[in-house]
Design a protein. Structure first.
Length: 419
């Protein structure tokens, strides 16, 4: 377990910007150190523990990029606009060893992925040639070296191909396989406990009182954590009571890498999470300059980081993305992956406060000339789950913006890119 100091989330300013939050987390949270070896089939989504350098060049040997005829470019006539016929001598298929060098003045029948015969350096595509009585008729104008994949042109041997901290994607796993490696060394998954707080909450499957609602945030947060590669413990719902909250927190701290809660961190007298954490550890409230959002409680309990998210589902979702996600990546030993909004055209008017970052739930549609437009979800409440379910993503409006008008370019973050 990565032990963090009690003041690791300390912060002096009155308001916390999203960028400050991410940089504090990245600088102060330390990664788990345990490394495990996993097979390629279990590698997707894991965090690479050590750099991988290419043990062989890719491609490993020079080969043809097409089905066609391999020739020596030196044999090709230099006269423009004139075809040239060469006798075909030899045939080399993918997987076969090339049989000796290509004779001067000859062509070799070759297939995609087959090794280039010695001496040949250019391949004519079969679609571009004609056969005429055992000879291949070649068009003019093909550049020497055309349609050949040189050994190492993709990745030379010894090249640093994957960096430590890389969150492995399917294409990264493919690269490891192309190197002939069967296993990779990754950091162990981080262990995260999640619970909800609130007297009004019941779990799905339990009978619901008239003034109660089914706990939805816990399942959203657990799903997001799983997508980030965490091992998740579901600790259920805790009641709005300082003593029971404190004892639950204390009992799990020390066995996990992160404790995550939702609800109970506003400053009403029925918000007991703050007092509970303070009684067993340390806590700071980060007043985030973000909407939807609310204060996010950041704490340390027995060396284990604690994050208390707001209870409103949309606020919980947005603060997860900007506080929990970077914390999980830092704990997991992953390189921070900065969110890069894609430019789209706003199809809405929106007024906002300066010095606060706001996220607008939107759908994308193709507008005039095929340009992507963001259409704002008609309602704004932070409690509306439908506003997350029925939209494609969030438009990010920076701190400096006070007004968005139709036609303006804004940055869009699709939901899939956020986790
Ligand atoms: P709180 O942050 O505890 O003040 O809660 C703010 C709002 O979010 C209240 O309307 C709660 O009922 C609602 N809420 C809190 N936790 C959850 C949850 N786990 N699932 C769904 N709604 C919640
Ligand atoms: Mg509550």
């Amino acid at each position: 377990m990565a032990q963090l100091s009690d003041d690791c989330f300390a912060f002096g300013g009155p308001m916390m910007s999203v960028d400050e939050a991410v940089s504090i987390i990245a600088a102060r949270v330390t990664a788990v150190q345990d490394i495990e070896t996993v097979s390629l089939t279990a590698a997707d989504g894991r965090i690479l523990a050590k750099e991988i350098s290419a043990p062989l060049p890719l491609p490993p040997f020079t080969n043809s990029a097409v089905d066609g005829y391999a020739v020596r470019s030196g044999d090709l006539a230099q006269v423009e606009e004139q075809e040239q016929a060469l006798p075909v001598a030899g045939r080399v298929q993918a997987g076969a060893a090339a049989q000796g060098p290509v004779e001067p003045g000859h062509a070799v029948r070759i297939f995609t992925g087959a090794p280039m015969p010695q001496g040949a350096d250019t391949v004519f595509m079969q679609e571009d040639v004609r056969l005429d009585q055992g000879r291949v008729v070649l068009p003019m104008g093909l550049k020497p070296g055309a349609n050949v994949r040189m050994a190492g042109e993709d990745i030379p041997a010894g090249h640093s191909a994957l960096a430590a901290g890389q969150r492995l994607r399917p294409q990264d796993v493919a690269l490891v396989a192309a190197f002939g490696l069967t296993h990779v060394e990754v950091r162990r998954r981080i262990r995260v406990a999640v619970f909800s707080t609130g007297n009004e909450l019941v779990s799905p499957g339990v009978s619901r009182g008239a003034a109660q609602l089914f706990d939805s945030n816990r399942f959203m947060l657990m799903a997001m954590l799983v997508r980030l590669g965490c091992e998740v413990s579901d600790l259920g719902i805790l009641r709005d009571d300082r003593v029971s909250l404190a004892s639950a927190l204390k009992s799990v701290a020390g066995t996990l890498d992160l404790i995550l809660t939702t609800g109970g961190v506003s400053t009403g007298e029925e918000d007991h999470v703050k007092a509970a954490v303070e009684s067993v550890g340390t806590l700071v409230l980060w007043r985030m300059a973000i909407k939807p959002g609310r204060p996010v409680a950041m704490g340390i309990i027995g060396g284990t980081p604690f994050i208390g998210l707001p209870g409103n589902p949309v606020a919980s979702f947005v603060t997860f993305v900007h506080v929990v996600r970077p914390t999980v990546l830092a704990l997991a030993g992953a390189t921070q992956q900065h969110l890069i909004p894609m430019p789209v055209r706003a199809a809405f008017t929106y007024k906002k406060k300066i010095a606060r970052r706001e996220y607008v739930r939107v759908n994308l549609r193709k507008g005039e000339n095929g340009v992507l437009e963001a259409v704002k979800f008609p309602r704004e409440g932070a409690g509306l789950l439908s506003s997350l379910v029925d939209t494609d993503g969030l438009v990010e409006l920076g701190e400096e913006i006070t007004l968005v008008e139709p036609g303006q370019t804004v940055g869009f973050l699709g939901y899939a890119s956020l986790i």
